[in-house]
Design a protein around this ligand. Structure first.
Ligand SMILES: NC(=O)c1ccc[n+]([C@@H]2O[C@H](COP(=O)([O-])OP(=O)(O)OC[C@H]3O[C@@H](n4cnc5c(N)ncnc54)[C@H](OP(=O)(O)O)[C@@H]3O)[C@@H](O)[C@H]2O)c1
Length: 287
């Protein structure tokens, strides 16, 4: 039986959606911390189990009878390493054989606080655990772009902290489809995959595509961290969130998210969503 954690969140829920296309519901379990958010999973026959990553005994109970676990990484600023260690230890104690972990893409050694820092610690812990592991180094979601540059069509300028850096964006649903395909196929023991888009785009590319779609010029202006953070705070973001968004730009500037890999494309059997397609459907729906 395959268990997916974070099953009430974006990636976990979408992965279960794809698993249900190929696997009977009786072979799928979902780990949630809030049962009231999992009624649709229950209705579809998924075996819903409850535990918080901080609750070790509940995790051990939840993992009984499970062969493979997809550990959807915990959210930043919440002691991710402790939560991930709990999941890994509990999986081992309950007799799970194989654990998949959703890490973040690392095309360069740039270490991003709260993200790659805790991923590196988790990966080392998992590798030393004796469990069979598969590490999924997920690309930056297209769906996260709106947080970085705003979710409305920009007037004339995009301000961001990425310099000339590129990001190999990937749609979260396509990551979920690829993840489900990996969970249901053989040959991934002790392997690491980077699940990025097939093309990487700079913020100049984003400005150029938005200009073409909007029919007016939009320029990308590279910013130091402080002015960008100030702009985000003025737009209503808490300072810690604005600082975190700026750090993603710094990571992009240092190439952390830039590598392109064909794993997602091969697993989907088609090209993943391009920048133009994503911008058109998201910023110009119905056109
Ligand atoms: N690649 C990227 O661009 C990117 C962007 C953002 C985040 N991420 C990482 O990828 C992960 C998955 O992304 P996502 O979009 O699916 O995030 P999401 O929608 O926020 O889902 C996170 C899931 O983890 C669950 N969770 C969080 N803390 C937990 C805990 N202590 N115990 C049990 N469950 C817990 C949440 O439960 P609730 O539903 O109860 O809250 C939710 O189901 C994120 O958590 C983050 O580590 C990646």
């Amino acid at each position: 039986m395959i268990l997916v954690t974070g099953a009430t969140g974006g990636l976990g829920h979408q992965t279960i959606d794809f698993l249900l296309n190929t696997t009977p519901a009786a072979g799928i379990a979902a780990l949630v911390r809030d049962l009231s958010k999992a009624t649709d999973l229950l209705q579809r026959g998924v075996d819903v189990r409850q535990a918080d990553y901080f609750d070790y005994p509940a995790l051990v109970e939840a993992f009984r009878g499970i062969d493979k676990v997809l550990l959807v990484s915990a959210v930043a600023f919440t002691d991710r390493v402790l939560q991930h260690r709990n999941v890994i230890d509990a999986a081992k104690e309950a007799g799970v054989k194989h654990l998949f972990y959703t890490s973040i893409q690392r095309s360069t050694p740039f270490v991003m606080q709260e993200v790659t820092e805790s991923d590196l610690a988790t990966e080392a812990y998992l590798k030393a655990s004796g469990l069979v592991y598969t590490i999924l180094k997920n690309g930056y979601y297209f769906e996260g772009l709106g947080y970085l540059i705003g979710s409305q069509v920009p007037g004339s300028e995009i301000l961001f902290t990425a310099g000339e850096g590129k990001i190999a964006f990937v749609k979260r649903t396509e990551l979920a489809a690829a993840t489900a395909a990996l969970l249901t196929s053989e040959g991934h023991n002790n392997q690491e995959y980077t699940l990025s888009g097939s093309e990487a785009y700079s913020f100049h590319d984003i400005a150029r595509e938005l200009s073409a779609l909007a029919g007016h010029p939009i320029a990308y202006k590279s910013s130091e961290l402080a002015p960008y953070i100030a702009q985000k705070v003025a737009a209503g973001f808490p300072e810690v969130v604005a600082g975190f968004l700026a750090q993603w730009g710094a990571a992009a500037k240092h190439g952390m998210l830039s590598g392109t890999h064909d794993t997602v494309e091969r697993l989907l059997g088609r090209k993943p969503t391009s920048l133009r397609e994503y911008l058109k459907t998201t910023y110009f729906p119905g056109t």
